[in-house]
Design a protein around this ligand. Structure first.
Ligand SMILES: [Zn+2]
Length: 278
């Protein structure tokens, strides 16, 4: 659909606001899903004084700033993680709209980036990857690949249902074997089975290119940040690192999101660095 410049701007602003509101809901999910609680009921309340949070104190990012990062009633500090999740989700929704425009793919990929934000923050805080994302995510990816055959104008980045299934399985199998190899060679777990399900979901959504780009980005970013953290974290006496869990989900999620926005360019860049110019 053709839009005027101002129409595009209004939709861009709307995308950001929608994303930050979804981010506000994701904060609830990040907090409650690991505890097995309902994400719908009860309404959000202060964990200390248990005052239900009024809508005007629950505006994405703004309320946190206005309230000075404190509960209005009891002054309990509110983590900066809340506005951060809202800002990231808002920015990603805006980016999805900017990249895809007004097509069927846009709301689908908004839901996808939201699920990646959820995966990232649950893995960072709870060291798990929620099955609430990957269990529906894998069949939804396959269903989209089927739907893509009938709706070529959807704007979806798809390879086809057979590729989606093979890529999902192969991606999962690769990370599973990598995990087993790490256990065998280094004597410690590289990652959890949640990462296996997550890359399988990425495979069903984006095909084999998506899997390759995501794994390369995740390993690259993971090793740089992992090494930096080992160097920067002071060693504590008596602390053994063998059982330490390194969250890999955030890197996979970041890789998948980067593939969503820059996939073809990244593949081209990678191939051009492998093939010397003649
Ligand atoms: Zn309070």
């Amino acid at each position: 659909m053709e839009l005027t410049e101002s129409g595009r701007l209004v939709l861009a602003v709307f995308s950001f606001i929608l994303g930050s509101m979804v981010g506000s809901f994701l904060n609830v999910c990040v907090h409650r899903i690991p505890q097995g609680l309902s994400v719908v009921k009860p309404r959000s309340r202060c964990p200390k004084c248990e005052t239900p949070i009024a809508w005007y104190d629950n505006l994405p990012m703004l309320s946190w700033l206005i309230l000075g990062a404190k509960c209005r009633k009891c002054g309990l500090p509110i983590s900066w993680q809340y506005p951060l999740v809202e800002a990231i989700t808002g920015a990603l929704f805006l980016a999805v709209y900017w990249r895809f425009g007004l097509v069927a793919a846009t709301p689908i990929y908004m839901a996808f980036v939201a699920s990646m934000v959820l995966v990232t923050f649950v893995d960072l805080t709870d060291w798990t990857i929620p099955n609430e994302v990957t269990f529906p995510g894998i069949p939804i990816g396959v269903a989209l690949a089927v739907a893509g055959l009938y709706f070529p104008e959807s704007g979806l980045l798809l390879g086809g249902p057979i590729e989606a299934m093979i890529a999902g399985f192969a991606g999962g199998a690769f990370l599973y074997l990598l995990d087993k190899a790490a256990l065998l060679l280094l004597g410690k777990r590289g990652m959890g089975f949640g990462d296996v399900k997550l890359i399988a979901m990425v495979g069903t959504f984006f095909g084999y290119k998506g899997v390759i780009v995501t794994i390369i980005i995740a390993c690259f970013a993971g090793s740089i940040i992992g090494i930096a953290m080992i160097l920067l974290t002071p060693k504590k006496e008596g602390e053994e690192s063998a059982g330490h869990y390194l969250p890999f989900g955030p890197y996979l999620a970041a890789g998948a999101v980067l593939h969503l926005f820059f996939g073809p360019q990244l593949v081209e860049l990678y191939l051009s660095t492998l093939t010397p110019a003649i």
